[in-house]
Design a protein around this ligand. Sequence first.
Ligand code: C5P
Length: 396
Amino acid sequence: MSMLSNRKIVLGVGGGIAAYKSAELVRLLGKAGAEVHVVLSEGGARFVTPVTYQALSGNPVWSDLWDARMPNHMAHIDLGRDADAILVAPATADFLARLAHGHADDLLSTLCLARAVPLIVAPAMNRQMWESPPTQRNVAQIRADGVAVFGPAAGDQACGEVGMGRMLEAEELLERLEGFFVPKLLAGRKVVLTAGPTFEALDPVRGITNVSSGKMGYALARACAQAGAEVVLVSGPVSLPVPADVKRTSVTSALEMRDAVFAALHGADVFIGVAAVADYRPLASAEHKLKKTADTLNIALTPNPDILAEVAARADAPFCVGFAAESRDMVQHAREKLARKGVPMIVANLGPATFGRDDNECVIVENSGDTTLPRADKLTLARALVAHIADRLNAA
Ligand code: C5P
């Protein structure tokens, strides 16, 4: 279930071309189960009309400080009163300036000044406007005032320039807003994870790999970041987007994965091995493409290092969590793995049937006992795991 389910979000739309992304954001918020009320600035209404927001949110759109639809004529108070958050996207340079100085001359600015709920802004503007000293001063001021700032990102801009100032995409804003409501159970902690398959080259175009999709590892990286951790994700070859606030290092082989993990371990509190690391690699990788010369081809394989066991064996080992995908005797195999790898926690899940799926069911196996996490989507499972790991860290 999304963290946004049953939340009331007031979405303020400023006068910028990025307003078109806000229309999509309203749709995504609704899909996540949020109740959305749109407050449109005069400038915002020039880009996308109220009809669009009303159709997508299923609620009336507000623009006027003196709107007679509010029985007490206090739209600026009532709209924000029982909201869970106000998000202004796009937030223009002018809006940020007025916010920094406490202006209250239209419905959106008045609503922000009169609020008692969290305020988040998603800036969107030309790169020179973003980099200008007044805008930077204003952003520093509103941050100091406790306003959360999502973005902006760098990239192509509507004005034809390339640089910082592009509003985050609707999906990115949704992910960050969701993260905003996640309890910060891992604040101040560093987590290193592995995810996905490894690819062990036979020659320049062929190799040994497996069908791991990386979905569970990426969901866990996202859940850790949303819980406030500094996250390094060492990922084998997958085609998944990098979760917000996660530092991803892409690798191909198990040996590369091991090097990247060891390079990232300094200061880590937790290591989670989610990757389906190939047990063996070809003894040698051919420099040129192998030719079909005989009826039988024998490939000599050599074992890969066990990254999880090596991390767990370090004198300064972080709290180590392993995964075990089993098709039968799930808990028993996981318990054996707990001892063999020398780790305090193994997450047993039904595999390999779960590879590539969006849901799963798990049993957390520890020396002290087992905890079953019932079938759910991988992000929900990841959140439950994060809570479990945080408990163990706090008890240590
Ligand atoms: O031994 P097995 O592959 O079943 O163990 C799975 C767990 O060990 C996973 O957490 C996986 O990421 C980790 N592992 C590893 N390095 C290997 C093999 C597995 O880190 N070479």
